[in-house]
Every structure is written in structure tokens, then in C-alpha cells.
Design a protein around this ligand. Structure first.
Ligand code: F6P
Length: 365
């Protein structure tokens, strides 16, 4: 039997298990491939003894409806940045990619499918350049990968965010309050934009359109003046005022290189108070509720399509590429192209125009 290694890297995302299941089922149909999962992305290979599990049909049965990833994931470590502790107790890192590729070959793996976001796919490209037979599958709730129209997990995250808006609207109305909902998305405003439209917020603040606090205040006060007496804001975690920067903090976790966003809802709340907004405000940071739990049917279908196609790319020897969703179809792009740029909300797009058309303010005009 030929051996395939599957791994999930970066932040988790609803639909990862559906991809894993689809890969295993498609591989099983060939009768020639067996699939194994490395635990916590490449860490399962980099650690000794290795942490690898055999992904049989029985193991993946029924997991398409389950959130998270049965083979775990991580945002730390990786073959090019393996954390090592120096003698003085501080932490550094070393490149273990060459060793890892040799180890994979010794273990008999003929191909790897890496399911991950932009950071993970950059690692895939580097490993491909070093000779590894690798296929990429994109994932992120942020929907910010330029090469694909959609990533699985995004629609489920939008569903969670919209559900939060719906709930906050009722409590805002009862108390004549302004509710500020902070959603994820990193430097892209996709989750905020979709949930603001779906939930009917008055203001939507996204990183792509820096806001003017006076304009935001004016729009919100109008809701009280016109007799509605309450209002709802959806703000993306990466949003910032015209003359300000994003709210972030550095993580103390060893090996964690990402900048941690979050807290912008509280920042907006104090900016509004400082600007003279007098109505009661409550803030809500939705956080990881957008990432956990059951994937919705759209994400399960997309994830299954990606999994089947990725396995077929392995069968065709189509390495160094990533599966994507484009124009209602499943296509293949090179990892190089796939990782070239991120996808942000175009302020001139029809979706932004739609939001403006139903009176949503972005705090800019
Ligand atoms: O990229 C996905 C994402 O959920 C972002 O929206 C968010 O900023 C980040 O990951 C949170 O990362 P972590 O779970 O590592 O704190």
C-alpha cells in the first residue's frame, strides 16, 4: 500500500474533519493508498517518538458533522521554526525541514496533504521547493485567501456572528442600548460585513474602511432621534479609526508568532463616550464561538469537495498545487500563486454598496 500523510495546521475551522473524511474515503476507493494523520500539523513528525495515527474508514466515520479536527492543530512550531530552549532558558528556533523530509521518506510517505491557511500554505510551498510531494487545501474562517472564492468554515462563522447580532438586537431594543459586537477576521472584514447585512446592523466597521468616530456617533444618534431608541454595531477585530492603529497584543506563548487581535469593541465604546455619546453601551466579543462547533451544510459540502479533489491530485501526481473554489467549480492553482496575496473587502464592491443601500454606515461618509 502507498502511504499518504494528512495534517491540519493553523487555527481550527469548522469543516476540517469533513475534509479528512473525504480524503480517506476517496483513498479507500483506490484500494492502493492508506492515509495517516500527523498530530498537531507537522509536530507529529517533528516530535520523537512520532505522533501519527492511521486514519481508517472506521476512524473517520461520521466525523463530517463534528467541529475542530480529530488530528489536532497548532499555531506554533513547524518545520522551519521548531522551538528550542537555549541554555539561559530563553527560546529560539531551528530549521528542521530537511530532517523532516528525510524522515517522511524513511517512514514511507509518498505524499502529503496539508490543510491550512495562508501561513500553512507558505510552508507547503517551501517544502515543495525542497522536494516534498505536497498538495494544499485552504481553510480559514476569515475567508481572506485570494485564490479561492470561499474557504470552508467562513459560512459557519457568519452564521454564529449573525445569530449573535439577532440576539443582541432584541436585548438592545429592550434596554434602549447600543450593542457593539466584535467579530473575528484578522485584517479582513468579511465576517463583519456578511453578518452586519444578514443581521441588519446600523454600523459595520471593517479594516478596509477606516472610520471617523464623529460619523459613527452621528449615525448612531440618529437612531435615537428617529424614535428607534437602540442600535447595533458590528465591528471586525482588525478595524481602526482613520488616524489610529489596530488593537493588538503580543502573545507570551512559546512559538506563537501571530499578533493577537481583539478588544476593539471596548476601544470603540470608549471612543464613543469620549466623543460625547450619552446612551448606554454594552460590548460583546464573540471570539472563538465563531470557530468551534458543527460546520453548516455549505461548509461540509465545500470541505468534502476539497478533500476528494486533493486526493485526486495526489493520484495524478499533481503536487505543488492547492485546490480552490472558483466560479462555482473546483479548480487547482499553484501554491506559489495561492500564497501571493490575501483577499480583502473591496470598498467599491457591490456587497459594500448593498450594505450602504440598506443604510449601513461604515463610519466613513
Ligand atoms: O485566522 C483565524 C482566526 O480565528 C482569526 O480570525 C483570529 O484573529 C485568530 O484566528 C485567533 O487566533 P488564536 O485562536 O490563535 O487566538
Amino acid at each position: 500500500m502507498k502511504k499518504l500523510l494528512v495534517l491540519t495546521g493553523g487555527g481550527d475551522c469548522p469543516g476540517l474533519n469533513a475534509v479528512i473524511r473525504a480524503i480517506v474515503k476517496r483513498a479507500d476507493l483506490t484500494g492502493e493508498w492508506e492515509v495517516h494523520g500527523s498530530l498537531e500539523a507537522y509536530n507529529g513528525i517533528l516530535r520523537e517518538p512520532h505522533e501519527i495515527i492511521h486514519l481508517t474508514e472506521e476512524v473517520v466515520s461520521g466525523i463530517h458533522a463534528k467541529g475542530g479536527t480529530i488530528i489536532k492543530t497548532t499555531t506554533k512550531g513547524g518545520p522551519f521554526n521548531w522551538p528550542i530552549q537555549n541554555e539561559d532558558g530563553s527560546w529560539g528556533s531551528e530549521d528542521r525541514s530537511g530532517w523532516m523530509i528525510e524522515e517522511l521518506s524513511k517512514l514511507g510517505f509518498e505524499a502529503v496533504i496539508s490543510i491550512g491557511g495562508d501561513g500553512s500554505q507558505r510552508i507547503s510551498q517551501q517544502l515543495f521547493e525542497k522536494g516534498l510531494n505536497i498538495v494544499g487545501v485552504p481553510k480559514t474562517i476569515d475567508n481572506d485567501l485570494a485564490a479561492t472564492d470561499f474557504t470552508f468554515g467562513f459560512q459557519t462563522a457568519v452564521e454564529a456572528a449573525t445569530d449573535a447580532v439577532d440576539k443582541l438586537v432584541t436585548t438592545a431594543e429592550s434596554h434602549h442600548r447600543l450593542m457593539i459586537l466584535e467579530v473575528m477576521g484578522r485584517n479582513a472584514g468579511w465576517i463583519a460585513l456578511h453578518s452586519a447585512i444578514a443581521g441588519g446592523a446600523e454600523v459595520c466597521l471593517i479594516p478596509e474602511i477606516p472610520y471617523d468616530i464623529e460619523i459613527v456617533k452621528k449615525r448612531l444618534e440618529a437612531r435615537y432621534k428617529d424614535g428607534k431608541g437602540f442600535a447595533n454595531v458590528v465591528i471586525a477585530e482588525g478595524a481602526h479609526p482613520i488616524d489610529g492603529s489596530i488593537t493588538s497584543r503580543k502573545s507570551e506563548e512559546v512559538g506563537y508568532k501571530n499578533v493577537r487581535l481583539g478588544g476593539v469593541a471596548y476601544q470603540l465604546s470608549s471612543q464613543l463616550k469620549d466623543a460625547g455619546f450619552t446612551h448606554d453601551i454594552r460590548e460583546m466579543v464573540l471570539g472563538h464561538l465563531q470557530r468551534g462547533g458543527t460546520p453548516n451544510p455549505f461548509d461540509r459540502v465545500l470541505a468534502t469537495q476539497f478533500g476528494v479533489k486533493a486526493m485526486e491530485m495526489v493520484l495524478d501526481g499533481n503536487f505543488g498545487n492547492m485546490v480552490v473554489s472558483r466560479n462555482n467549480g473546483i479548480e487547482v492553482v499553484s501554491l506559489k500563486e495561492a500564497t501571493r496575496e490575501n483577499k480583502n473587502v473591496d470598498p467599491e464592491s457591490y456587497l459594500v454598496n448593498t450594505a450602504r443601500g440598506v443604510g449601513i454606515s461604515f463610519g466613513d461618509i
